[in-house]
Design a protein around this ligand. Sequence first.
Ligand code: ADP
Ligand code: GN1
Ligand code: MG
Length: 365
Amino acid sequence: MSNVSLVLKQFRVEGEFLSARPTGSGHINDTYLAQVQRAGHILLYIVQRINRYVFPDPPAMMENIVRVTLHIRRKLEKRGAHDISRRVLRVILSHDGAPYFRDPEGDYWRVYDYIEKARSYDTLNSFDQAFEAARLFGRFLEILHDFPDPPLHETIPGFHDGQKRLEAFQKALAGDPFNRAKTARPEIDFVLANAGLFTVLPDLVKEGKIPMRATHNDTKVNNVLLDETTGEGICVIDLDTVMPGLSLYDFGDLARSTLCSAAEDEPDAAQIAVDLSRFHAILRGFLATAGGILTETERSCLVFSTKMMTQIIGVRFLTDYLLGDNYFKVHREGQNLDRSRRQFKLVQSIMENEERMEALVKKYS
Ligand code: ADP
Ligand code: GN1
Ligand code: MG
């Protein structure tokens, strides 16, 4: 079903449908901004077709999202926060009372209230924005610190399991179904040379040195909305991968996506380098809210997690390139290869700046 107006009719949204257009630049779901007229007012909704290739069990995913958003809402109420309707997503139920609708083709859809006067950025323009985004993702982690049992569903099994990602990469490389490996030799060598990065965090978890938590797991900076006027971090969105994970996944991915002002698929390697002031802003923002719950070991791995998450996402882009771009949306040929190159260049730059980055972390210990 591709008619957003028909989809919206399945949900508890009153009023007359006016229009819908694609919005956002997420790589996964199909996202539309819909306008509805009710009692002379125009109301906005986000309507999303959930990517069935990526998410094996949308009802379980939506159960997580309902639980997590209710938990956050209650906490914000207890803390006397203002403007709560803009600070946490609100899931609209279908007429059957489900947080999704399954269309005749088997696609799952969901609807959220649109968060007004706020926007997401693919790349940030200022240190203040970096600070705000990090402060908000840190707050998200802190609020979920006491998330009650039962544990959240694992919406994508092994999502940040580097070993598994490496195996998938090796399989893609061995098959090379599009004969693309020959165009990515330096990148392939870089993955193989840095395979050791993926054993460190799992070992610390096994040794009980790092706790599993309810984490976001997709803290790319465009998954946070900043107030259009004040720039304040308003709302964490894209909750599809909220599940048991590590605080370091969240810090690492956030740092990966903010450390450098170049676009995620920037082909010019000269543009890609760690900006230490940005790292400092992220660190300050994240620790301002999550600092109280992080253990010493977690703190000691912040820089490492930045390197590791950048590498793992690079491996995923490269694997998808080798397999013909089925997972991440692409808008041009070679985009996933450029995305992977850009991540690997950033990993190299992190390696070169590691001591300086660690020195910044030490300032806060
Ligand atoms: P994807 O999983 O494809 O990344 P997202 O859930 O991140 O999808 O949504 C894509 C984009 O849509 C976001 O980056 C944001 O710009 C916009 N968006 C999503 N939900 C909302 C919302 N409730 N209010 C305002 N904008 C939203
Ligand atoms: C995807 O959904 P989006 O665009 O926010 C991906 C992340 C990657 C990111 C890279 C469910 O995030 O894991 O880090 O692209 N999400 C999923 O830009 O795979
Ligand atoms: Mg997103």
